[in-house]
Design a protein around this ligand. Structure first.
Ligand SMILES: Cc1ncc(COP(=O)(O)O)c(C=O)c1O
Length: 422
């Protein structure tokens, strides 16, 4: 074990990392005369150096061409969202026609529920996890109220059945079986934001569909973190943001997946002109004819400046490949886990499942001694240039991101915690 906590060890690991060059594609915030050990990719990913050029390209085009910018060149604004479509589909394992970059995560979730939450007399219930991300819960509850349905009867929240606040598939299966005939929709996370637990999307979809429900996923913490096979999972829809592991900037334009089998759906939707058939959009007719596939859910012409950084980010994902990133992520998070267990067990308890097929990059660490100790540790390591993220009341979330984090970063975290304890 001693060998694992030396500078020499981390240097060798990082030198042998086939993805090591990608770190240099990012702007790493500084702490004094050195770079931060930045572990908040689960909150706001770092800026790809290429983002500025893409944003400036839009600004320049606007300055020089103004309205003509909609129609000129390869990066014309009329079809700008399509520049990201193929690469985005690769990241989430979908067909290009199944994905679209638009709006924000919560806005997309509402749009998806308008179409895929269709309560009937027998089936009114939506099933989510207890302690889901508040925005998801607010969205679900407001959808119920909007349709005149009482949340206390129609919202089913699955409580964790495991000691660390995680949910076993057996438990989820039991709950789905118990409520099956009432279920209209299951909305589930790909990776749970507090615990870092990841879920088997295909199996959840199978269970949900067998019960007669629609199944959608919030992939805020899964997109760019885990290799996904959204198409093969059979999920009806999914939504995610691009500012976390997807490194596209604060409030970046979000992502949305609609399975191919719904490409030409007659389901109700909230429509806007950018979802209208492109060949006739500018005839400005009164009748809405949706584009087949996910693009048919677009409302407005997209914020081009907001989309530009996503292009830079996706170029990196395309070059690195999700499978290679996952390989590195397993090593980095595995290294972090080993060091926490061996060196910091009396200070930090790992909440995230230890099985690698039940987690992504993130480890959630409960600080011994409660909130006060936790805050003290969190604030101290920040003074050492180690940035992690805090969740009330006593949890530190730390996410080594394989595009830019290193074994040396992980060792810095461990050394900073040891310094706080000393
Ligand atoms: C799991 C999850 N769902 C939903 C959201 C809300 O995202 P937005 O503010 O982009 O709508 C977040 C934001 O961090 C999140 O982590």
């Amino acid at each position: 074990m001693i060998e694992l906590v030396t500078d020499d060890y981390v240097r060798k690991q990082d030198a042998a990392d086939p993805l090591r060059a990608f770190r240099n594609e990012f702007l790493i915030p500084r702490h004094g005369d050195r770079e931060q050990a930045y572990f908040c990719g689960n909150s706001l990913g770092l800026q790809p150096k290429g983002a500025r050029a893409h944003v400036e390209e839009v600004l320049d085009k606007w300055a020089m061409e103004a309205v003509e910018g909609h129609f000129t060149g390869q990066a014309q604004w009329m079809s700008y969202h399509q520049l990201v479509r193929e690469q985005l589909a690769h990241v989430v394992g979908a067909q290009p026609s199944e994905v679209v970059a638009m709006n924000s995560l919560t806005a997309n979730l509402h749009l998806m529920m308008v179409s895929f939450y269709q309560p009937t007399i027998e089936r009114t219930a939506i099933l989510i996890e207890a302690g889901s991300f508040p925005s998801d819960r607010y969205a679900v509850e407001s959808q119920l109220r909007y349709r005149g349905l009482p949340p206390h009867l129609c919202l089913i929240e699955v409580e964790p059945d495991e000691w660390n606040g995680t949910i076993s598939m057996q438990h989820l299966e039991r709950v789905i079986a118990e409520h099956g005939p009432r279920l209209a929709l299951i909305l589930w996370p790909g990776v749970q934001y507090r615990t870092g637990q990841s879920f088997d999307l295909k199996e959840i979809t199978r269970l949900g569909h067998a019960a007669g429900a629609m199944v959608g996923f919030d992939l805020a913490h899964a997109a760019g973190n885990l290799p996904l096979q959204l198409h093969d999972s059979g999920a009806d829809f999914a939504v995610w943001c691009h500012y976390k592991y997807m490194n596209s900037g604060p409030g970046a334009v979000a992502g949305c997946f609609v399975h191919e089998r719904h490409a030409n759906t007659e389901r109700p939707r909230f429509a806007g002109w950018w979802g209208h058939d492109q060949s006739t959009r500018f005839r400005m007719g009164p009748e809405f004819v949706p584009i087949p596939g996910a693009e048919g859910w677009q409302l407005s012409n997209p914020p081009i400046l907001g989309l530009a950084p996503l292009r830079a980010s996706l170029e990196l994902f395309e070059r690195a490949g999700m499978d290679k990133l996952r390989e590195k992520s397993l090593k980095l998070t595995g290294y972090l886990e080993a060091l926490v267990r061996e060196c910091l067990a009396d200070t930090l308890q790992i909440v995230t499942p230890s099985e690698t097929d039940r987690r992504g990059c993130q480890l959630s660490l409960r600080v011994a001694g409660g909130r006060e100790q936790g805050r003290s540790l969190f604030e101290f390591i920040a003074t050492q240039g180690v940035l992690v993220d805090w969740r009330e009341p006593d949890v530190i979330r730390i996410s080594p991101a394989p595009l830019y984090n290193t074994h040396a970063d992980v060792l810095r975290f461990v050394s900073a915690v040891e310094a706080w304890r000393a």
